[in-house]
Design a protein around this ligand. Sequence first.
Ligand code: HEC
Ligand code: HEC
Length: 283
Amino acid sequence: MSLSPLWSTIISITFLILGGIALYTMLSVQGRRQPPDYQRYAAWHRVAGWVFVILFVFMFISMLQRVEDYWEESPSRIALHVSFAVALVFLLGLKVLIPRFFPKLLKNVFVLGVSVYLLAFTMVWITAGYYLVNQYHETPYISHAELPEHMLDAQLGKQLFIDRCSTCHLLQDIMQVRDTASWEEVIDRMIELAAPRISPAAGGQILHYLVETHTPQLVEEGTPLEMHCLPCHKQHEIMGVSYSRVGWQEVVGRMHEYGPEIIPEEKIEEIVDILMEMQQQAR
Ligand code: HEC
Ligand code: HEC
């Protein structure tokens, strides 16, 4: 059983509302000059408090599984979330034990209750809040468009590229030049595929680095090879291979996707003809 982010957000917010009710009833009973209907408030406090505890235990157990899914050191946001949850186990334990077994300490329960709520509140908002903000901006994955220019740093992007992408690839295999749209598509796919190893923000930095350094320059004049292939390739990369006509059609069609401006759709057949000719001459 693993909760979807949407469900854990809904449960977490219910959890906060119940905690809020428990806190408010306690504040009213202990703090008002004219104490309210004690029976009723105490009953509300007890019900809200216990459901709060039950939801917490349920979330704690299901989150344990999620934490196991991280195969690298957790991002700091998650690490904080987990630390708060563990601290909450301890404080909630005290809060439940004191009225039962250590009644002389009852006067301290107020501070304890507030601490419990403070922890719960912070714990929920650093994750559920983050999720909601992402949903609001409709950026479940990559947020490069949202990262302000001044926060993008090609040097940092390069470090992240080396660190994050080399776990699965030889870097030389994935550094082939392609245009911005094609890089976006690749990075989006890699974030999803490698989740949760590459955060959207890290993906944005990597994308920035690659777009700055590994995109082609449009060549206006020259031989077909210079105009359509050499913006992205070294000459020998192309001269070294040979294909049938169908093979070249497939390759050039794919190249079109990496740089539609450099290889326009309507030129594909013409370029294939030229490649076939060059290949014959080279024999
Ligand atoms: C968890 C392993 C993993 C990580 C990490 C990873 N990749 Fe990949 N990558 C793959 C796999 C598997 C494929 C082939 C399947 C596919 O293309 O969807 C692939 C394919 C690619 C391709 C070829 C796609 C194409 O359409 O030509 C490129 C380029 C690439 N990755 C770049 C990157 C970059 C850049 C990063 C770092 C941001 C990265 N990868 C991180 C596993 C990974
Ligand atoms: C916009 C950039 C871009 C342009 C322009 C481009 N390529 Fe590529 N090419 C790539 C990328 C990225 C790869 C690596 C990913 C892959 O193999 O799909 C690649 C890989 C290749 C490969 C090796 C893969 C294979 O299947 O054999 C060949 C051959 C190739 N290109 C030929 C060409 C030729 C010929 C042209 C000119 C007609 C050309 N490319 C133009 C980006 C480009």
